[in-house]
Design a binder for this molecule. Structure first.
Ligand SMILES: CC(C)(COP(=O)(O)OP(=O)(O)OC[C@H]1O[C@@H](n2cnc3c(N)ncnc32)[C@H](O)[C@@H]1OP(=O)(O)O)[C@@H](O)C(=O)NCCC(=O)NCCS
Length: 191
């Protein structure tokens, strides 16, 4: 009989530090959001692949809300942990902080959750990953919250699909009054 494998959260935790160089700036002089997203994807992969001990892909990314701008010259630090493990999927929680050396200021930039799925490299079919060996109350809390988010994500995706299928454009046009858009003249409702 094949024994189930369990790995601790700490065994795959990752910290990534990156200096925000001028090449990362946007036209406003702040760091491009895309640079931070790319670093988040990189650390999510490292963390998930380290837990799964194999190839993984990004299946979904929860909303990413940038709470503070990141300046060129700051040091960005990303912390990643596997919060929850299903059969082949893993939820990786990522916290991003930026540090201004001169002012000694540390700002919380954002927190997000990436769902990574372990795949067989040849068939690209999802494969079972090791379970999580939870070692303290905080890890149990994160696991329970990860399980809850997985359920909410599925429900939300289905709700959007169902709403799209039910959309009756003719009866929805009235709701666009006052919105920041212009309609083609032939579709403007008569007074
Ligand atoms: C993610 C992917 C492997 C899922 O494949 P699938 O055939 O739908 O697999 P399943 O339905 O068996 O789901 C496998 C797991 O993925 C999870 N999953 C699938 N789609 C998901 C999504 N959109 N969001 C979150 N989790 C998802 C399932 O919940 C399941 O988790 P579990 O095994 O822990 O219960 C597939 O959609 C894929 O390869 N997508 C492209 C990924 C990629 O290339 N990413 C990089 C983009 S450049």
């Amino acid at each position: 009989m094949c024994e189930s494998v369990f790995r601790t959260v700490t065994s795959s935790q990752v910290i990534l530090k990156e200096l925000m160089v001028p090449a990362y700036a946007n036209f406003g002089g702040k760091v491009h959001g895309g640079v931070i997203l790319s670093l988040m994807d990189k650390i999510a992969y490292t963390c998930a692949a380290s837990h799964a001990k194999g190839y993984c892909v990004t299946a979904s990314v929860d909303s990413v809300d940038f709470m503070n701008p990141v300046e060129v010259g700051e040091l960005l630090t990303l912390y990643a942990s596997v919060n929850y493990v299903g059969t082949s999927s893993m939820e990786v929680g990522i916290k991003v902080v930026s540090e201004d050396f001169k002012l000694g200021l540390v700002k919380h930039t954002n927190t997000s959750y990436f769902t990574m799925v372990a795949l067989d490299e040849e068939t690209r079919a999802p494969v079972k990953v090791a379970g999580l060996q939870l070692e303290n109350e905080e890890e149990i809390r994160r696991f329970v919250m990860g399980k809850l988010r997985k359920k909410l994500r599925r429900g939300h995706q289905q709700d959007i699909i169902d709403l799209g299928k039910k959309l009756d454009l003719e009866h929805t046009l009235g709701e666009l009054e006052g919105e920041n858009c212009l309609l083609p003249p032939e579709l403007v409702l008569p007074y």
